[in-house]
Design a protein around this ligand. Structure first.
Ligand SMILES: [Zn+2]
Length: 214
């Protein structure tokens, strides 16, 4: 295992850094501190440790990105997170918007034999309830909603940034994997979209987080 020596807290950091990077291309430390609810001082100390361990690389004045080694670790911890979410959602019937948060206690235990039993129970399932594949590299044939054409109907493929308030909003808006979405209007700040629940305004971050396919 590549990440035997990581604490639970460090695994949580890496899952979030991976989500930031996949969604927005980089992790800004101020954003990470807001989302994880740690002081910027605590975040800085941890990131320094990650730099020494060769997990992240600092981009001056911008933020951090995962190294190749960091990506391998992220692949492993993110897979465990997504498998735990799928178990909570499909087996324990935890609501869609809650399984991300509630998986944090369980995901660290998804290992070895237990992982095999969970996957067997989940049959042929290959992604979390938010559409994110267990194997993180498995994301072909999709585009960011930001790149979608106007007035063309797309199928929502996945939500790349999992946070309770975002998931609650998307559930209300009918933005769930497998549902349809269409951009009606677009400007520099975001877009007006249409889903089965009605018309909603999304900002540019939303347009990066929501991935669609034709
Ligand atoms: Zn998920």
């Amino acid at each position: 295992m590549v990440n035997d020596k990581l604490t639970r807290e460090q695994e949580d950091y890496i899952i979030k850094i991976f989500e930031f990077e996949e969604s927005f291309g980089i992790t800004k430390l101020t954003d990470l501190s807001k989302i994880l609810n740690y002081s910027t001082g605590a975040i800085n100390d941890e990131i320094k440790r990650f730099e020494k361990m060769g997990i992240v690389v600092r981009i001056p004045y911008k933020g951090i990105i995962l190294s190749e080694y960091g990506k391998k670790i992220a692949e492993n911890v993110t897979r465990k997170h997504r498998i735990a979410e799928a178990f909570l959602y499909y087996v324990l019937n935890v609501p869609w918007e809650k399984c991300h948060l509630l998986s944090s206690d369980m995901e660290h235990a998804v290992n070895g034999q237990l992982e095999k039993y969970i996957l067997k129970k989940l049959k042929n399932l290959k992604q979390c309830p938010h559409g994110n594949p267990f194997q993180i590299t498995n994301t072909k044939d999709e585009k960011k909603l930001l790149e979608a054409e106007l007035n063309v109907s797309y199928i929502i493929n996945r939500i790349t940034f999992e946070e309770s308030d975002i998931l609650i909003k998307y559930k209300t808006f009918g933005i769930l994997p497998g549902e349809k979405i269409k951009i009606l209007e677009k400007n520099e700040f975001g877009a007006l979209v249409n889903t089965k629940k009605g018309k909603f305004i999304l900002d540019n971050d939303d347009l990066l987080i929501i991935r669609v396919k034709e």
